[in-house]
Write a new protein. Structure first.
Ligand code: G6P
Length: 441
């Protein structure tokens, strides 16, 4: 009988893979990973080879007995997996560039996860994740699916509603980034900070913030109004908050809230960046090229610090911390995307929400957060409606449903603009949207 865990990472050729490997190395004494299968598609073959070889060097360097396998054969990889992690991007960075730039050309923020870009990303990604679920049912029915692929909230909900896989958790580094940000701001160890998270992916709020069990929410709220102290991510140009606004809001917003409470300013900034240096996709492409050059170095056997310039910092901490707690039935509290089951009142029972959960071997158990404060409830519900309609469009390939999703997105100003953007985006992404082919003849 073989012992130890089999992990499969779909999108294994991602530049983030060294993050994950570092995490598995760090936790290896408690989390006996036997093999990691990095899977990618033909177009990602070269990147898979480069980052896969770095992964092999990383485990060899520290002498942990983890076998690294590289493959383009997803089915072969999935056989008897214990955990399947997903971090793929359908259409790669070129598709992200279109998600960001087409709306901008029409004076609208693209926002590649919750905005118009997020809609198109969902349309491309959901059919693929549902294929993966069908394969998992057959090849590893007991495995947990840990999804990091964006739009992570919608992908998780699509799996919950439209597949037979129930063992799914959606994961994001935003909450852990917020905790680390608070720890840094208050100069305390991360382990002492806890936040009551409630909301949706990239639309999550800290309802309260504690250090050693004592609320420090007021202090955090007043500190982050200073742009210098604003807690943000590498991919978001945060600008600080109006002190009176934040005090009245009285909860801790996530960096993505800049897109909703500062839409005009964000648009201005993104248009400026677009003209000067391109979209974030182009910035990331340059970073990736540099990273892959580094990864090729046969003497490199650690995660290079340059990876921290990507928005996904702390990904390994979040992912491996979660798998570790599930494997050891640790019952600690972590924020993840999971089925609501009434934890957040006013959001559908069976929808995916991002919420603090107790992590057990049977999965995350959401902590009841009750009703969201009235000032934030509407925005969260409106994004949830957008997500639900977007998921339905991805599954059915129905044009009207896609247009509805685009139009109800809070970043889109009108049905007319929604249609212009949607039509252009459907055409630009045609190769990755077979379910819409009838509407594009
Ligand atoms: C944040 C988000 C991720 C997103 C990433 C983008 O970390 O939580 O969901 O993928 O930023 O970062 P990038 O470096 O690709 O712009």
């Amino acid at each position: 009988m073989t012992t130890g865990l089999k992990i499969v990472t779909i999108g294994g050729g991602s530049s983030y893979t060294p993050e994950l490997i570092e995490g598995f190395i760090k936790y290896h004494s408690d989390l006996p990973v036997r093999e990691i299968w990095l899977v990618d598609v033909e177009a990602g073959k070269e990147k898979l080879e480069i980052v896969g070889n770095l992964a092999k060097r990383m485990v060899k360097e520290v002498g942990v007995p983890i076998e690294i396998h590289l493959t383009l054969d997803r089915k072969e990889a999935l056989k008897n997996a214990d955990f399947v992690t997903t971090q793929f991007r359908v259409g790669m960075l070129a598709a992200r560039g279109k998600d960001e730039s087409i709306p901008l050309k029409h004076g609208v923020l693209g926002q590649e996860t919750n905005g118009p870009g997020g809609l198109l990303k969902a349309l491309r990604t959901i059919p693929v994740i549902l294929d993966i679920c069908r394969e998992m049912e057959e090849l590893c029915p007991n495995a947990w699916l840990i999804n990091f692929t964006n739009p992570a909230g919608m992908v998780t909900e699509a799996v919950l509603r439209y597949s037979n896989i129930k063992k799914v958790v959606g994961l994001c580094n935003v909450p852990i980034g917020m905790e680390m940000g608070v720890a840094k701001l208050l100069n305390v160890d991360h382990s002492r900070v806890r936040i009551d998270f409630a909301g949706l992916n990239h639309m999550v709020y800290g309802l309260d913030v504690y250090v050693d069990g004592v609320s420090v929410k007021d202090e955090v709220i007043s500190l982050i109004t200073d742009p210098e102290k604003s807690i943000t991510m590498q991919n978001i140009h945060a600008m600080g908050w109006e002190p009176e606004f934040l005090q009245a809001l009285n909860v801790f917003p996530c960096p993505y809230h800049n897109y909703y409470y500062k839409s005009g300013d964000m648009l201005e900034k993104e248009l400026k960046n677009f003209k000067e240096g391109g979209t974030r996709a182009e910035v990331v492409k340059k970073l990736e090229d540099e990273l892959f050059e580094l990864y090729k170095d046969p003497t490199l056997a650690i995660k290079p610090p340059q990876l921290e310039k990507r928005g996904g910092a702390y990904y390994s901490d979040a992912a491996v911390r979660l798998i570790h707690s599930m494997y050891t039935d640790k019952r600690d509290i972590q924020p993840v995307n999971t089925i609501n089951r009434g934890a957040i009142a006013g959001l559908p029972y069976e929808s995916a929400v991002e919420v603090s959960c107790v992590i057990t071997k049977d999965g995350p158990k959401p902590i009841t957060m009750g009703e969201l404060p009235v000032a934030i409830r509407g925005l969260v519900q409106s994004i949830k409606s957008f997500e639900q309609v977007a998921i339905e469009a991805a599954v059915t390939g129905d044009y009207g449903t896609a247009l509805l999703a685009m139009t109800i997105n809070p970043l889109v100003p009108s049905d007319r603009v929604a249609k212009v953007i949607l039509d252009e985006m459907l055409e630009a992404h045609q190769a990755y949207l077979p379910q819409f082919s009838y509407s594009m003849v």
